[in-house]
Design a binder for this molecule. Structure first.
Ligand SMILES: [Zn+2]
Length: 197
C-alpha cells in the first residue's frame, strides 16, 4: 500500500491519481486473518498541505462466530479519507518545519500520516485501523437460529460434560451461551438455601 507521490506533489492543488488495488495483506496485523486480497479503488488528491487519500476497499477475513466460536468468513467494505503530509519539500529535498505545515494540527503529530523523505506515502496503518473499524462487533455464522447450528450443539455438549452436575439446569429449554457457561456454577450456588450463621 505504498505510493510514490513525488510527481503528484509537484503538481498543482487538485491534481489526482487513481489506483486499482489488489493486494495481499498477510502480516499487516497479527489479529487479522485475511482470506482474500484487499481490493478496491484508492484516489490520491493533491491538497494545499499534502495528499488526501480516499479509499473504497473490500476484503474478506476469518473471524470467530460470536456464538459457536467456529471460524467464519466475513466480507467487509469500508470508505476512508485521510490527509498525509510530506516530510520534505519535493523540489529541494529540504525537511519541512512543523510550523510550515498548513493542514490540521492533529495531522502533524501522527507518524502514520507522513510521506517519507523518498516521497513514499504508506497507507497501510490507516487501512489496518479502518479494517478493524469495519469488522462487525458480533460476527455470526450462517445459522441464524442456534437450534440449527451443529457447532453450537457441539459446544453445548462440551459445556454439559464439564458441568455434568448442572445438566438438569440446561435441559429446561434454556439456550446457554458458551461464553457465560462459567457463570452456571454461580447460579447453582445462588440456588442453594442460605445458611444462617
Ligand atoms: Zn455460529
Amino acid at each position: 500500500m505504498e505510493f510514490n507521490v513525488a510527481q503528484l506533489l509537484k503538481q498543482p492543488i487538485g491534481a489526482t491519481r487513481e489506483y486499482e488495488l489488489n493486494e495481499e495483506i498477510e502480516g499487516l496485523d497479527p489479529g487479522l486473518i485475511p482470506v482474500s486480497p484487499l481490493t478496491g479503488l484508492v484516489k490520491l488528491l493533491r491538497t494545499h498541505s499534502g495528499v488526501l487519500v480516499i479509499g473504497d476497499l473490500s476484503i474478506s477475513l476469518e473471524v470467530s462466530c460470536n456464538r459457536c466460536l467456529e471460524p467464519v468468513e466475513t466480507p467487509v467494505s469500508f470508505h476512508f479519507e485521510e490527509s498525509f503530509r510530506p516530510l520534505t519539500d519535493v523540489e529541494t529535498g529540504r525537511f519541512l518545519m512543523p510550523q510550515e505545515f498548513k493542514g490540521q494540527q492533529e495531522e502533524l503529530s501522527d507518524a502514520a500520516l507522513i510521506i517519507d523523505d523518498h516521497h513514499i506515502l504508506d497507507a497501510s496503518e490507516v487501512v489496518r485501523q479502518n479494517i478493524w473499524l469495519a469488522l462487525p462487533m458480533y460476527p455470526g455464522c450462517m445459522f441464524e437460529d442456534p437450534a440449527n447450528c451443529p457447532y453450537f450443539a457441539v459446544r453445548l455438549q462440551e459445556i454439559k460434560e464439564v458441568h455434568s452436575d448442572l445438566v438438569e439446569e440446561t435441559v429446561d429449554g434454556e439456550v446457554i451461551d458458551p461464553r457465560w457457561a462459567a457463570l452456571l456454577a454461580l447460579k447453582q450456588d445462588d440456588a442453594e438455601p442460605k445458611r444462617k450463621r
